[in-house]
Design a binder for this molecule. Sequence first.
Ligand code: SAH
Ligand code: AVI
Length: 336
Amino acid sequence: MARDQRRRGTQKLGRSGRGVVRYFGSVVPAGSFREDVIAGLSLPQKSLPPKYFYDAAGSRLFESICRLKEYYPTRCELSLTRRHLEDIARFAGTGAELIEYGSGESLKTRLLIRSLRPSAYVPVDISEAALQAAAKRLAREFPSLDILGVVGDFMQPLKLPVYRARSARRRVVYFPGSTIGNLTPQEAHAFLKMSRGQVGSKGAMLVGVDLKKDANVLHAAYNDAKGVTAAFNCNLLERINRELRADFELRRFSHYAFYNAALGRIEMHLVSLARQTVSIGRHRFGFDVGESIHTENSCKYSIEEFRALALAAGFRTDRVWTDGRRYFALFGLSAA
Ligand code: SAH
Ligand code: AVI
């Protein structure tokens, strides 16, 4: 399967002006979803990797979360990016190759593209649906931009397309949205080190980081009144049912999110409301009443904590841009 997918190679999505949109076929082996789910549900504390939230339905639900009144990160990052755009562009420079990890709908990226005028944009996302939709929209909006989309897992060694334009003097890696918070600190360290290798000594990195704040604000953001976050969490079980022919009964699980102050992170869980057994093919998983599947961490950092994490991975913090309430920060990193 993985080989077939790789053989699919590249596919042009469209062409307009000088810009070419190329889409690099999936390099995410389908078999790993089943293996990861079975391994995760076999642990004493059942857990599932958050990257599996993002099938087409999950990506749409996440886009709805970004528009909720309680979910401040998107608005804060958009507003600080607008407010400091000139300085961000001065720091990142123009004409670079802009690589974005976990690009989703590439919402904030539009602002950067306008002011950084990159020679190429390389969005990388595990969600093929989100990546394709965003690449098509961007191609209409920026007809002369080369867009080279990559479907893949940014925690695995990825072969990025080699961009041939001589004008691409340097690389800038953009990792917005505090997606870095969904990695453990060890994973975040490994990811930053990999990015440091990609940008080299002349490139730069822009990372969006959700900051520590009043736990009530955090609690509301992950327990919204409309239940969109709950639907996003539960969609993971629906996806397992759909793709792995499992028999999770959704009404027997409930969304639970809380701030774990000792670990500085929001934890999302799906809690079993009954004693029950769930089947995935020949595998059976027993649940006690109140037993949970841990589905996501969303780590919150202080500016100093993140600065230290970046430094350990070889990055110096040159700039920190924040919103008015200091809820969110965009870090401008360069080689230490
Ligand atoms: N950058 C956007 C989207 C953030 S949501 C924003 O700031 O709003 C997180 C995005 O990362 C989703 O689009 C999801 O599909 C993608 N993602 C999550 N884990 C991933 C992984 N391991 N590899 C690649 N993409 C991943
Ligand atoms: C993508 N990521 C940064 C989001 C977050 O806030 O951790 C995912 C999310 N989970 C629940 N709501 C939003």
